[in-house]
Design a protein around this ligand. Structure first.
Ligand code: G16
Ligand code: MG
Length: 219
């Protein structure tokens, strides 16, 4: 029986991919690295340090761990500054409606994000009210595709993985949900999320009615 929902943040509740792109692009330009939207898409759901490694690999370059951390911090400063412009108008269409519906129906809801800036993003959106538990990039050490962040959320909600549905926009996020024994809903294209139990092109289609219709034996 489904009792809880665990939401990824970036790409599910709000679209920060563009802000991450702009911050990585500014760093890449300064460093003379090649970086485009295709590379940016590979960074979906993965941690900041893993992201910079993907960018370096794409450029056939390597750097010492200390220097990597320094540059990742530089990118993060640019990203965090850009969050100042985020407002409650920046939910992805349909996200706030679904969160509100889950609240009124009394479901348990957790955040399961890889971001260390999740608290800041939730504050900008005024979204704290929708979550019983916040799991972010500071809650666990192993990032997606490891299931740890979702297991953390379920544990804090006092639920078993099979009692929860995870919402994800990243391939590695659906992998993580599956590895942990959760039901999964993918938000995005078939090429990226074809392995999710249920998939929608966007959050505006992800209504509680549609979810209940698909997982009908579990409600
Ligand atoms: C998000 C983004 C990733 C980003 C990661 C870490 O994960 O999708 O692109 O690299 O957070 O973010 P930060 O640098 O803010 O710690 P999620 O899991 O919310 O999609
Ligand atoms: Mg995401």
């Amino acid at each position: 029986m489904i009792k809880g929902f665990i939401f990824d943040l970036d790409g599910v509740i709000t679209d920060t991919a563009e802000l991450h792109y702009e911050a990585w692009k500014a760093l890449a330009d300064e460093m003379g690295w090649d970086f485009d939207y295709q590379v940016n898409d590979k960074l979906r759901g993965i941690s900041r340090m893993d992201s910079i490694k993907v960018i370096l690999e794409h450029n056939n370059t390597s750097l010492e761990e200390d220097r990597l951390a320094e540059l990742a911090t530089k990118k993060n400063d640019i990203y965090v500054a850009s969050l100042e412009n985020m407002t409650p108008d920046d939910y992805l269409p349909g996200a706030r409606e679904l969160l509100t519906h889950l609240r009124t129906e009394g479901y348990n809801v957790a955040l399961g994000s890889a971001s260390k800036n999740a608290i800041k993003v939730l504050a900008q959106l005024n979204a704290n009210i929708y979550f019983d538990v916040i799991g972010d990039g500071n809650s666990v050490s192993k990032s997606k595709p490891a299931p740890d962040i979702f297991l953390y959320g379920a544990d804090k909600l006092k639920l078993q993985p099979e009692e929860c549905i995870v919402f994800e926009d990243a391939e590695s996020g659906v992998d993580a949900a599956k590895a942990g024994g959760f039901h999964s809903v993918g938000i995005g294209p078939e090429e990226r999320l074809g392995h999710a139990d249920l998939r929608f092109d966007s959050m505006s289609e992800a209504t509680l009615f549609e979810i209940k219709s698909h997982f009908k034996d579990l409600f």
